[in-house]
Design a protein around this ligand. Structure first.
Ligand code: HEC
Length: 183
C-alpha cells in the first residue's frame, strides 16, 4: 500500500470513529392515549397489528430503534426518515387532526400502500414483518378507504369528542406541493 493510501484509510477510519459521537435523539415523545390513532379510529385488531408492524417505526411516537440505529452515518439517514415520516403522518397525534385532515391522510395511506410507496423499500430488508402480502395490502387499502369516506361524510364522525380541531390544516396543503416522493 502506498503511503498516501495508508493515510487516506486511516483518515477515513478516524472520521468514522469521530462521527459515532454524534448519535441521533432516540427519545420517543410521549403518546397521549386519547390522541392516538388506535384510540380514535379504532381499527380492527388485524389492521392495528399491520400498521404497528409496517408503519409505526416512522409514523408514530412508538419508534423502536434497533442496534444499527446507533451507528453513524446509517443512524442519521434513519433518523431523517423518522423525523420526516412523523411530520407527514403521525399516528400518535392523529386525534389532533381535524376531520378534513383525517380523511385526507387516510386516503393517502391507502394510496401509498396501493402504489407500493409505503412502507419505504429501504425499510423492508431489516423488517420482514413489514413486508405486506397482497391480501394484507388489500385489507389495509379497503379499510383506509372506508375511514376516509367516513370522516368526509360524517365530518366529525371520527373522534371520541367529535370536536374538530383547526390545527394543522394549512400545514398539509403546503406539504402537498413541496414534497414529492424523493427517498
Ligand atoms: C422507514 C420509514 C417509513 C415507514 C416504515 C413508513 N413510512 Fe410512510 N413515510 C415515510 C417518509 C420519510 C415519508 C415522507 C416522504 C415521502 O413521502 O416519501 C412518508 C410519507 C408517507 C405518507 C404521505 C403523507 C403526506 O402527507 O404526503 C403516507 C400517507 C405514509 N407515509 C403512509 C405510510 C403507511 C400507511 C405506512 C405503513 C404501511 C408507512 N407510511 C410506512 C417513512 C416511512
Amino acid at each position: 500500500m502506498s503511503k498516501i493510501l495508508k493515510w487516506a484509510v486511516l483518515a477515513i477510519l478516524a472520521a468514522l470513529v469521530i462521527i459515532q459521537f454524534f448519535g441521533i435523539d432516540k427519545t420517543n415523545p410521549p403518546v397521549i392515549e386519547g390522541e392516538s390513532f388506535m384510540a380514535v379510529a379504532q381499527p380492527p385488531a388485524e389492521v392495528a397489528r399491520l400498521l404497528k408492524d409496517a408503519c409505526y417505526d416512522c409514523h408514530s411516537h412508538e419508534t423502536e430503534y434497533p442496534w444499527y440505529t446507533s451507528i453513524a452515518p446509517v443512524s442519521w439517514w434513519i433518523g431523517h426518515h423518522i423525523e420526516e415520516g412523523r411530520e407527514h403522518l403521525n399516528f400518535s397525534t392523529w386525534g389532533t387532526y381535524n376531520a378534513e385532515k383525517k380523511a385526507h391522510k387516510a386516503e393517502e395511506c391507502g394510496e401509498e400502500i396501493e402504489k407500493g410507496e409505503m412502507p419505504l423499500t429501504s425499510y423492508l430488508p431489516m423488517h420482514p414483518e413489514a413486508r405486506l402480502t397482497a391480501a394484507q395490502k388489500e385489507q389495509l387499502i379497503s379499510w383506509f378507504k372506508e375511514l376516509s369516506g367516513e370522516s368526509e361524510e360524517g365530518g366529525e364522525a371520527i373522534g371520541p369528542s367529535g370536536a374538530p380541531s383547526s390545527e394543522g390544516d394549512e400545514e398539509y396543503e403546503h406539504e402537498e406541493e413541496e414534497h414529492g416522493h424523493e427517498h
